[in-house]
Every structure is written in structure tokens, then in C-alpha cells.
Design a protein around this ligand. Structure first.
Ligand code: NAD
Length: 497
């Protein structure tokens, strides 16, 4: 059996006490195993990262940026093989895997301008003979704990800004698709990064706890489900670390009666079923306003679902592939049953979907519910599968309230031709990322990513200037040079009065 090892300086040090299975979700077969690391391995990685950090931080920012430039070039050269590797462990189709890599790469591109972003502030003559300047210093060793659903993009959201500003970084990716994170670390080394600047440790809760408690790690960035995000946030902060922790989602698509219905249906189909619904910015809830809008939307969705092509991840014709594990397939199908039991109307049932030749693959067909109500558990919780729920709203007011009152507040979209309604919606909705006729409003790399409510436990968003701020601390210097005149001692606090 192929072993996907840790990527730490000096090697992993031999056999692991525990191993995790890595599946090929299209075939359902175990294709490799990954060691589930422990505190001893982390101790070694942290010691290496601490030693490397001093020199890396002292490297001028243009030189650090040059490593990122080269890294970008290497990823572009390796795009196809990275995407195939990613798809083979995650299950998303290869073109979608390229998108996963590209969105991370765009954060790397942004970070190539790090010398400019670290320039700091300066005030000449803040007092008599006194100048004040502030600079952004790295934190030391940072760590990232990432989910299975974007094994390229989310690690790059984290480590690109973290290392660009002069930290060293330890990545603990999802144990379900660990190969691409390793490959990224290899390419980063090939791009000229010194050893120890970026390391990858594999593992599960044991490794996560070791990271959260480790005194040598200054900051932790987490992305995953909300209960674990909250746990990571609380435990990491209690250990005195800076922590950002992004959680789950249940994003709504509001459909106004004046929306361009064909375009809206196309957008919702891609956002609800793309990547088998395993995106934190998927659109699993459609909220048509008025029964007439709901009936038209439902009819068009059913017709579009009929044409959807589900297939293996390397099928270029497939629009989405299998979900990540058999356990996850079971969970999604259980949620469909919960929806039925709670009284929602199951218009299209994706359970029992089987692909010829791949009968053991983890496929779930597209499902559609209508007449879903807010008190149903199937509405309140994240399903994270190819399941779209229609919640009918009578009025615009009701439509604004639904995502605003939901426990999650990651993304939301409104489809309308009415600028005034869209503007009102943008102002009032209690959600972190909003799309206007844009189904998946993941902000570009020079803005930043972050939800509200139980979708994020943090003061800082991911990437953009928010990322630079998260991975640095401010030092402010107040300086005066002796001018020969010895003044008196001052026993009152100095003021500018
Ligand atoms: P997950 O929470 O199961 O795992 C995330 C990470 O936490 C993994 O590295 C995993 O090893 C670790 N982990 C798992 N159980 C743990 C435990 N008990 N204690 C400590 N660590 C643990 O999430 P997932 O299934 O890999 O990813 C899907 C989830 O991530 C969904 O809820 C999705 O909405 C969310 N997500 C959120 C965003 C965002 O930016 N808000 C982006 C992508 C995914």
C-alpha cells in the first residue's frame, strides 16, 4: 500500500503508530494510507520551524517574494498533474480541481507584492525632535488546519501570507486528501524556500490538539466544520494563541420575481450541485419570492436536474463527481431521509444513485426538496451534499430575514434586476459575503474571505490585507536623537498638550 508521508525536515522518522485510509471516491477503493502523527513529530517540526524562522524573517521581503513568484510558476507548470491528483482523492472533477488550485494561486500572486504591504507608517515630527513609525513583524511559527473540500486553495489562503510576512508554517491538512498539500510543500522548496519554512504534518484530532497546545506555535488558522472551529478557537485562544477559525455554512439564494429565470437557474444549478455540494460557498437553499416565482423556478430546476451528468472525477463530461467518503455519502442520504420525515416534499431523490462500472463509488445523485420550513432540522443544519432545498418566501422582507436569522452567515446571493431591492438586501442581510446575481461570491484575492455568526470565529478574515494583519503584529517606535541639551526628568506622563 502506498504511504503518503509527512513533509517535515529530517523525514518522518519511521513507522507511524496509526494510519488513515485515503480513498479514491470514484471507485470506493483505498488507494493509499497516511500516517496520523503525534506530539513527538510535531515537537520536531516546531523546533525546525523556529530555527528556520529567524533567518527567513531576516531575509528581505523582495527575496521572500521571489520565492513566491517562482512557486506560482511551478504550480502553473504542474497544474494538470496537481488537478488530477487532487480529483483522485477528493472526487471533484478535474476542471473543478483546477479552479481549487487557481483560487489558491491567486492568493500567492497577491502575496508577491508583500514588500509594498509591509511598508508600515511613519510620522515625522510627532513631537519636538520626535519621529514615530510602526512596522509589521511576523509572529514566529504559524499553523494551518484545513478541511478536505479545498485541499489546494485553503492551504494557500493560509501559508502564502503567513510565510510572505516572515513566519514559518506548519500545515495540518485533512487526512482524507493529503497528497496535494505535500506536493505544494515540495514545489515551495523547489521554488527556493529554505528547508523548514513550510512543513506538512498529517493527522487527526491528536495532532490538532498538539498544535493547539504547543507553546512554540504563535498562531493557528483553521477552516472546517463549525463545532470543530469553535473548539479550535476556544482551546487555541486559551493557550494564548492568535486564532482564526472558519466554520460551516448554509447559503441562501434569494430569487426575486423579476430575476432572469434562465440565468438564475443555471447559476443555482452550478452552485448547488457543483463539487457534489461540498463547498462552504455552495447554494443549498433557494428562496423564491412569491408562489408564482417558486413554481417557475421549481419547474426549470427539475428540467435542469434531468440533464445533469454525474460521473467519475476524470470524466471530462461529468458536472460533478462522488462525495468524499462512504461515511459522508451515508450522512447525506440520512439528511435526505430526515427532510422527508420532517414533511418536506422530496421532488427529486438522489439516493441509490449508481454509476455503471463504478458501483462502489461514493455517488449521490442530485436531490431537490420543495416546501422546506425553517423549523426543520434538515434546513437548520449543513448537509454538505448535492441537495437543494426550496424555502418559499411570501415577501422580500421574509426573504431577507431567512439568511439573516440562520445560525450560519457565510455567503448569500440575490437574483434580481431591481437595483433598489438588491441594494436594500446588501445593506440589511446578516451574512459576511454577498452576491448580487453572482452565485458564489468568494471574494478575489485582494479582498478577503470570511463569514459571520457560526461561520467564523475570528477577528480577521482569510487573505487580502486581513491575512497580512492576522499573520503580523504591530511594533511602534517613538524615537528621538540626542541634541546635546540635557533636559529635566519628567515625572508626569508625556503628552502632546
Ligand atoms: P472537519 O471539521 O471535519 O475537519 C477540518 C479539520 O479539522 C481537518 O483537518 C480534520 O483533521 C480536523 N478535525 C476533524 N475532527 C476533529 C476533532 N474532533 N478535533 C480536532 N480536529 C478535528 O471539516 P471537513 O469535513 O474536512 O470539511 C467540511 C467542512 O468545512 C464543512 O462544514 C464546510 O462548510 C467547512 N468549510 C468552511 C469553509 C469556510 O471558509 N468557512 C471553507 C471550506 C470548508
Amino acid at each position: 500500500m502506498r504511504l503518503i508521508d509527512h513533509f517535515v525536515v529530517g523525514g518522518s522518522g519511521g513507522s507511524a503508530a496509526r494510519l488513515g485510509d485515503v480513498f479514491n471516491p470514484s471507485t470506493g477503493q483505498v488507494q493509499a494510507q497516511v500516517p496520523l502523527g503525534d506530539k513527538a513529530l510535531l515537537d520536531r517540526a516546531v523546533a525546525t520551524a523556529q530555527a528556520a524562522q529567524v533567518k527567513w524573517a531576516a531575509t528581505n521581503p523582495q527575496r521572500r517574494a521571489r520565492v513566491l513568484f517562482k512557486f506560482k510558476e511551478l504550480i502553473e507548470q504542474n497544474m494538470q498533474s496537481l488537478a488530477e491528483l487532487l480529483a483522485s482523492e477528493h472526487g471533484k472533477v478535474v476542471d473543478d480541481a483546477k479552479g481549487d488550485i487557481q483560487r489558491g494561486l491567486e492568493v500567492v500572486e497577491f502575496c508577491c507584492a508583500i514588500p509594498h504591504m509591509l511598508k508600515g507608517e511613519y510620522t515625522q515630527g510627532a513631537g519636538p525632535g520626535i519621529d514615530v513609525y510602526s512596522l509589521r513583524a511576523p509572529l514566529g511559527v504559524g499553523a494551518g488546519i484545513t478541511p478536505f473540500n479545498f485541499p489546494a486553495m485553503i492551504p494557500m489562503w493560509m501559508f502564502a501570507p503567513a510565510v510572505a510576512v516572515g513566519n514559518t508554517f506548519i500545515l495540518k491538512p485533512s487526512e482524507r486528501d493529503p497528497s496535494v498539500p505535500n506536493r505544494l510543500a515540495e514545489l515551495f522548496l523547489e521554488a527556493g524556500a529554505p528547508e523548514g519554512v513550510l512543513q506538512v504534518v498529517h493527522g487527526d484530532k491528536e495532532m490538532v490538539d498538539a498544535i493547539l497546545d504547543h507553546p512554540g506555535i504563535a498562531a493557528v488558522s483553521f477552516v472546517g466544520s463549525s463545532d470543530i472551529a469553535h473548539y479550535v478557537y476556544s482551546r487555541g485562544v486559551a493557550a494564548g494563541k492568535r486564532v482564526q477559525a472558519m466554520g460551516g455554512a448554509k447559503n441562501h439564494a434569494i430569487v426575486m420575481p423579476d430575476a432572469d429565470m434562465d440565468q438564475t437557474v443555471n447559476e443555482i444549478m452550478g452552485a448547488a450541485y457543483g463539487s457534489a455540494g461540498e463547498r462552504c460557498m455552495a447554494l443549498p437553499v433557494a428562496v423564491p419570492v412569491g408562489d408564482e416565482t417558486a413554481d417557475i423556478l421549481r419547474e426549470k430546476l427539475v428540467a435542469a436536474i434531468d440533464k445533469l451528468k454525474v460521473g467519475v472525477s476524470h470524466d471530462p463530461e461529468a458536472q460533478y463527481g462522488p462525495v468524499v467518503t462512504a461515511l459522508h455519502k451515508q450522512r447525506v442520504e440520512d439528511w435526505i431521509q430526515t427532510g422527508v420525515d420532517e414533511g418536506a416534499e422530496l421532488v427529486v431523490d438522489g439516493r441509490g444513485f449508481s454509476l455503471q462500472g463504478y458501483e462502489d463509488g461514493f455517488f449521490v445523485g442530485p436531490s431537490l426538496f420543495d416546501h422546506v420550513h425553517t423549523e426543520m432540522r434538515a434546513y437548520k443544519e449543513e448537509i454538505f451534499g448535492p441537495v437543494l432545498q426550496i424555502v418559499r418566501a411570501k415577501t422580500f422582507e421574509e426573504a431577507v430575514e431567512l439568511p439573516s436569522r440562520h445560525q450560519y452567515g457565510n455567503g448569500v446571493a440575490i437574483f434580481t434586476r431591481n437595483g433598489h431591492a438588491a441594494r436594500e438586501f446588501v445593506q440589511r442581510v446578516q451574512v459576511g459575503m454577498v452576491g448580487v446575481n453572482v452565485p458564489i461570491p468568494v471574494p478575489v484575492a485582494y479582498h478577503s474571505f470570511g463569514g459571520w455568526k457560526r461561520s467564523a470565529f475570528s477577528d480577521h478574515n482569510q487573505y487580502g490585507m486581513e491575512g497580512v494583519r492576522f499573520w503580523t503584529k504591530v511594533k511602534t517606535v517613538t524615537q528621538r536623537w540626542p541634541d546635546g541639551g540635557a533636559g529635566d526628568s519628567a515625572f508626569i506622563i508625556p503628552t502632546m498638550g
